[in-house]
Design a protein around this ligand. Sequence first.
Ligand code: NJP
Length: 235
Amino acid sequence: MRTAVVTGASRGLGAAFARVLAEEGCSLALGARDVDGVRAVADELASEHVVEATAGHLDVTDEDSLIRFRAEVVERFGRVDIVVANAGIGSFAPIVATDADDVRAMLEVNVTGLLSTLKTFAADLLAAPTRGMVVVITSDVSARVFPGGAAYVATKHAARAIARTFQQEHPELRVCELRPGATATHFAGGSPDRDLHGHLTADEVAETLRTAISLPDHVRVEELVVRSATQAPDL
Ligand code: NJP
């Protein structure tokens, strides 16, 4: 039974990815800063899908927090086969209205936090009995730009570069960049209950993860892009 780690699993896409992983029979190790929230997700999935699920405090901007979380996971399950690096934040403004604190916060979570997550779990993924897999949740904007998104877009371009570099540094692993379009979650002050025009649901995005984790070990799904059909196509 594979063990899957999901960062930022207390709600939104992270919780939806955890559901798909549970449905595919993975043991779950879920982390987020909202411990009550992430425990509720783990408890619900464990009872619904008869999988083992653990949840703990995790702040990806704090390397000690990652090290503690990783130690708990390894003690409980003894292996890590899949890491879904999902934790991320976003705030949006035209460049002339940029708030430096917002930029620093995004860089801390979306870039430094991602690097630290990969660093923390690299050895476990390389030692996994299956071919270790990393799924990096970037964005459909990881390879394009739009007005008002400069800082967030820059962090997701960086995340795409980090995912690709990690793959080159570890060709024995499978790195998948999952690029969601606008999705109805709490992201950037949004709401999962919003009118879905132009938005996907978190469950719709998470379905694409099922493909990547269900294919045999020798198949590497390198990139998944998913957008609402009502969103303008990327030309
Ligand atoms: O957002 P939200 P999503 N350490 O706000 C966690 C990308 N994306 O699910 O720590 C650890 O509902 C936070 O947990 P907590 C986006 O860039 C989204 O939509 O308890 N965890 C929560 O569980 C991001 O990478 C859209 O506050 C931290 C989760 O992250 C990913 O999808 C479009 C953390 C965020 O849940 C998931 O975002 C797109 C930290 N320091 C890309 N800081 C979209 N929704 O439209 C935050 O292109 N978290």
